[in-house]
Write a protein that binds this ligand. Structure first.
Ligand code: SF4
Ligand code: SF3
Length: 550
């Protein structure tokens, strides 16, 4: 019996959808609350779009941020806290009514769509969510394209939220997110129009990642070649995970001279590459691996952990670290303490710091260092060296192995693939996918490391900038004439927007794994295969033979 339905991530049950409980650990009632929240966000988006069309003003700054957060909270492994999702649903009704009041005042007719008028008590949310879930688009293909768009928008909203945290916003991005969500209410688009909108979503994905890149680099400097320590010191520490650099900065500031060290986990590793963070002596390095290893690694870390964004793994019942985990921004988990922003836009991490002081120092689980910091600025600074290496044949191919990591054993493929690559290939990476091969010591080519890590998943933008620069240097008409192979791993919806962004830039023949998205109908998949040459992966030997020049 279906109690929920979700198929937004790569881990979806049986490859078709989670129906009783998420493989990720999401409860059915939480999933349903997220569905209702999205339903309500679509209603709000309809109203903001209506107001924009009529040139009427509303508090767009606040509402844009609210929508970004609401979408972000429904991303895989971001928020498991049903109460906080229900809180957002209640807020959504207030915002909707506020917008309706403006429409009435301005003599704008409000249509009868249910999204604009529903009301329910918290006890009725689950039932209502079940009713709206049964509403499907007129065809399987349109439904599939709508889901592809929606998941891309979630990733885009997350990146827009990261940028907004640093004071960088662009109303055209929010207006696009909202006008696209508004289409759910009076969906009149044909299959072809939805396909065009998918590409348009990718275009806005590029714009959003560029905005975030600007926000990050203008605030913290350009990432630079860095050796990151993997070992520990003998003082208590705080582990910070997720993608939010603003939280990183505030935590480093507040822990200055407290005797507490700071370590990054998973997607926060690239914080080590930013000049502005290097000035903190108590910023030690990175501890552990990708998000899915957190149960073991949080246990041996001994100190508190701060989640600034996805990915959270539900802790086991007897987990020793359970009472030491804190969440902030769109993340949440029942029982984890949530830290909010005060009226001055600041966060108070004193409780985490006080707790850290009572904890033992982290247990060492690795020695040595990792090299990273190859975002566009650093790579372009090395451009002459890279171009020479290509011209002399020392570098034959680049392989983009960006994206997400995950716990499925099939992802061992990426370790084997990296290991098997010929020594004249260079891996370009971003996102947590790199943890499958970034500690293999793959060596270098004339001083250029064979794994160039640009940063977080959003720094895939850097990889696109690098590709476009190489295209220009080599005087090529088509970006696909570059010696670059794309072998991308996906897991959640940030990877969906990265994929759509690459497609909108004209990148073809992307190999996507470890499995193709369940939300692509056979026909939609066909369109992606025929127009963009997207394929899945098979096995290392085969793929190596087919994609890598001898
Ligand atoms: Fe299942 Fe993924 Fe949805 Fe979680 S996010 S419920 S694992 S499809
Ligand atoms: Fe990773 Fe969750 Fe996607 Fe940012 S942290 S890439 S999976």
């Amino acid at each position: 019996m279906e109690k929920m339905f979700c198929y937004q991530c790569q881990e979806t049950a049986k490859g078709t959808g989670c129906t009783l409980k998420g493989v990720c650990g999401k409860e059915a009632t939480t999933s349903n609350a997220m569905d209702l929240l999205l339903y309500s966000v679509k209603g709000i988006s309809y109203l903001t779009t209506l107001l924009r069309k009529n040139n009427k003003s509303f508090d767009s700054q606040r509402i844009n941020r609210w929508i970004q957060d609401a979408l972000f909270s429904t991303i895989t492994n971001a928020n498991f806290d049903e109460e906080s999702i229900k809180g957002r649903i209640a807020q959504s009704v207030q915002i909707r009514e506020e917008l309706k009041t403006i429409c009435i005042r301005e003599n704008i007719t409000i249509p009868a769509h249910k999204e604009l008028h529903w009301n329910a008590t918290a006890d009725e949310y689950d039932l209502l969510a079940n009713t709206i879930r049964s509403i499907k688009a007129e065809s399987e293909d349109i439904h599939s394209l709508m889901q592809l768009t929606l998941f891309g928008l979630k990733g885009m909203a997350a990146y827009a939220e990261h940028a907004a945290r640093l004071g960088y916003t662009d109303d055209s991005i929010d207006a696009f997110i909202q006008s696209t969500l508004a289409l759910w209410l009076d969906n009149k688009l044909s299959t072809e129009e939805w396909i065009a909108l998918v590409l348009e979503t990718g275009k806005y994905g590029v714009k959003t990642m560029a905005l975030l890149d600007k926000a990050n680099t203008e605030t913290y400097g350009n990432p630079e070649l860095t050796e990151v320590s993997l070992d520990v010191r003998n003082r208590p520490g705080i582990l910070i995970s997720g993608h939010d650099l603003k939280d990183m900065e505030e935590l480093l500031e507040q822990t200055k001279n407290t005797g507490v060290d700071i370590y990054t986990h998973s997607e926060m590793l690239p914080a080590n590459y930013y000049p502005k963070f290097k000035k903190y002596d108590h910023f030690v390095g990175n501890y552990g691996n990708a998000w899915w290893k957190q149960r073991e690694e949080f246990t041996s870390f001994n100190g508190p952990i701060l989640f600034t964004t996805n990915c959270i793994v539900p802790p086991l019942k007897n987990a020793t670290y359970k009472d030491k985990v804190f969440t902030t921004n769109a993340t949440g988990y029942p029982g984890f303490k949530h830290i909010t922003t005060d009226n001055n836009g600041k966060k108070d991490f004193s409780e985490i710091i006080a707790l850290a002081k009572t904890c033992e120092a982290p247990q060492s689980i690795e020695k040595g260092t990792l090299v990273g910091g190859f975002a566009h600025h650093q790579v372009l600074a090395l451009a002459d060296k890279v171009v020479d290496a290509v011209k002399q044949g020392a570098i034959k191919q680049f392989v983009v192995m960006a994206g997400c990591d995950g716990r499925m054993s099939a992802r061992g493929y990426y370790t084997d693939f990296a290991n098997e690559l010929p020594k004249d290939t260079v891996i370009l990476t971003a996102g947590c996918a790199k943890y499958r091969y970034n500690k293999l010591n793959l060596g270098d080519i004339s001083g250029i490391p064979r794994v160039l890590d640009a940063g977080q998943c959003n720094d895939s933008y850097s990889l696109a900038v690098i590709a476009m620069k190489l295209q220009e240097v080599f005087g090529l008409d088509d970006i696909n004439d570059l010696p670059i192979v794309y072998n991308i791993a996906w897991y959640e919806q940030k990877a969906v927007i990265v994929l759509l962004a690459l497609l909108s830039l004209g990148v073809k023949n992307i190999h996507l794994g470890p499995t193709l998205p369940a939300f692509l109908s056979p026909n939609v998949l066909n369109v992606l295969v025929e127009n963009f040459g997207i394929t899945g992966i098979s096995d290392v030997k085969n793929d190596m033979e087919n994609w890598i020049s001898a």
